[in-house]
Design a protein around this ligand. Structure first.
Ligand code: R5P
Length: 310
């Protein structure tokens, strides 16, 4: 059975339609005091239940809603509960970068398990090592096949894939291999949270079309600074792509004003009207999630089927 929280119902409906099953009936609403209320309108006793809820903005609200949905299923005797979290909020808080900091990504993984999730299905975690934070079953997907296919069809000449920071270089190398493109890497520094600075550009982009690839675009600082640096170094057209369009603060305005020609994202996060832009193309990952859910339900391999390469 599939149920959706409120954070991305269109994606949940698309997944359900690929699976040819209806979304389960559920009430999810807020009381006047801001507390969330959930009620399952059908029995889940003994069923294999999948709860679809990305935990992006507002992260605390969406996470709590998911935890309450898990609790409702557990107390209604669901046979197995899998939290399907296309965007895993808090995934950047995955280590103690400063003394006395928490490791909130681990806390969230613990909360999901404690609430009663038997497993989680996620896409493009900020860092692969986060897999180790989950003591539940964990299946993970990459959006790269969808994004690579899109750019392969564009047949861009003289293409260079650009990692906007060192952390993105593994992903960029994989894209470069699959798109038979060159590779460039940007050395980025963060003098303070939400501020990104380009220090060096490693690689040759002069006269080349560039595609910057990242896991998420948050304030847009990383991607816009990277695009400016590429242009200053003689790049032709600059494209950008990411799995998760967080698009916080004035990100959309920044992207609009930037030299980026097109920004390709996926629908792991629902983009409200004010975050949509003519420059943005949204690709769907619903089919990937549907195939993964089917494989998990049938106890078939998810990694072999869906992650042949990153
Ligand atoms: C950082 O390591 C991530 O991969 C993204 O580059 C980052 O979250 C983007 O943030 P922003 O858009 O605020 O620069």
């Amino acid at each position: 059975m599939l149920f959706s929280g409120r954070s991305n119902e269109p994606l949940a409906r698309e997944i359900a339609s690929h699976l040819k099953i209806p979304l389960g009936q559920i009430i999810v609403k807020d009381f006047a005091d801001g507390e969330t209320y959930v009620n399952l309108l059908e029995t889940v006793r003994g069923k294999d239940v999948f709860l679809i809820q990305p935990t992006g903005f507002p992260a605390n609200h969406n996470l709590m809603e998911l935890l309450i949905m898990i609790d409702a299923c557990r107390r209604s005797m669901a046979g197995r509960i899998t939290a399907v979290i296309p965007y895993f909020g808090y995934s950047k808080q995955d280590r103690k970068a400063e003394k006395h900091e928490p490791i909130t990504a681990r806390l969230v993984a613990n909360l999901l398990e404690r609430a009663g999730a038997d497993g989680c299905l996620v896409m493009d975690l900020h860092a692969d090592q986060l897999q180790g934070f989950f003591d539940t079953r964990l299946d993970f997907l990459y959006a790269s096949s969808v994004i690579v296919d899109y750019f392969a069809k564009k047949k861009l000449n003289n293409l260079v894939i650009v990692a906007p920071d060192i952390g993105a270089s593994k992903r960029a190398r994989s894209y470069a291999k699959r798109l038979q493109a060159g590779l460039a890497i940007i050395d980025k520094r963060r003098p303070k949270p939400n501020v990104a600075e380009v220090m060096h550009l490693i690689g040759d982009v002069k006269g080349k079309n560039c595609l910057i690839v990242d896991d998420e675009i948050n304030t847009g600082g990383t991607i816009v600074n990277a695009a400016n640096a590429l242009k200053e170094n003689g790049a032709l057209d600059v494209f950008a792509s990411c799995t998760h369009p967080v698009f916080a603060a004035d990100c959309v305005e920044r992207l609009e004003k930037s030299p980026i020609k097109e920004i390709v994202v996926t629908n792991t996060i629902l983009l409200p009207k004010e975050k949509q832009s003519k420059k943005t193309t949204v690709l769907s990952v619903a089919k990937l999630f549907a195939e993964a859910i089917k494989a998990i339900h049938k106890e078939k391999s998810v990694s072999e089927l869906l992650n042949p390469a990153k």
